[in-house]
Design a binder for this molecule. Sequence first.
Ligand code: AMP
Length: 209
Amino acid sequence: MKLILLGAPGAGKGTQGKIICQRLGIPVIGTGNIIREAVANGTPAGREAKSYMEKGHLVPDEVVIAMVRERLAKEDCKNGFLLDGFPRTIAQAEALEEMVHIDKVIDLEVDDQVIKERLAGRRVCEKCGDSYHITNNPPKVEGVCDSCGGRLIIRKDDDPATIESRLAVYHRETKPLTGYYQAKGILEVIRGTNDLEGTTRQILAAVEA
Ligand code: AMP
């Protein structure tokens, strides 16, 4: 199964992606996580990506495409994978099409107002990147990651001004991808505002159909 999870920042791609991939036994490839790691490690690509990311802009296509190409070439992607946060532009989608055949694209649809509330209450693990929400999906122990015990922090790009910028970028650059994949007949749109388990069930049903 070669899958793409589309949706605005905060739609639930990271949270759902992790659960779906555990169920299906495939790796999740989150470009946001790959870029944050590159920034933290100060690699050449990370140094180039840093300022874009902090402003809530997209990192240039060629930088992200190269990262994805390298990741998809690894052995664990042979039997499938789920892309979270890629593609985000039509140019990225076209580059991806040259690399692999995608089976299904799931679009998690969530209104902007809900997105803003979600991102404002989001906490992420600084160690493993797992995502929580202070009221909708709290960790068992406040400030501590259930999965790895790491410290939960507020992402720099989750401040209100950067959230506005990321949403604008989403509508301008990424939303057109739904039409792109609809035309290919592989798009499934799922309301991302149901409860967490209900949304997981809907995604799995769409993938298995
Ligand atoms: P995310 O964790 O998916 O919200 O991504 C965080 C940030 O990483 C985004 O706001 C972008 O700056 C950058 N980023 C992640 N994925 C991509 C992508 N496919 N294309 C360009 N920039 C990306």
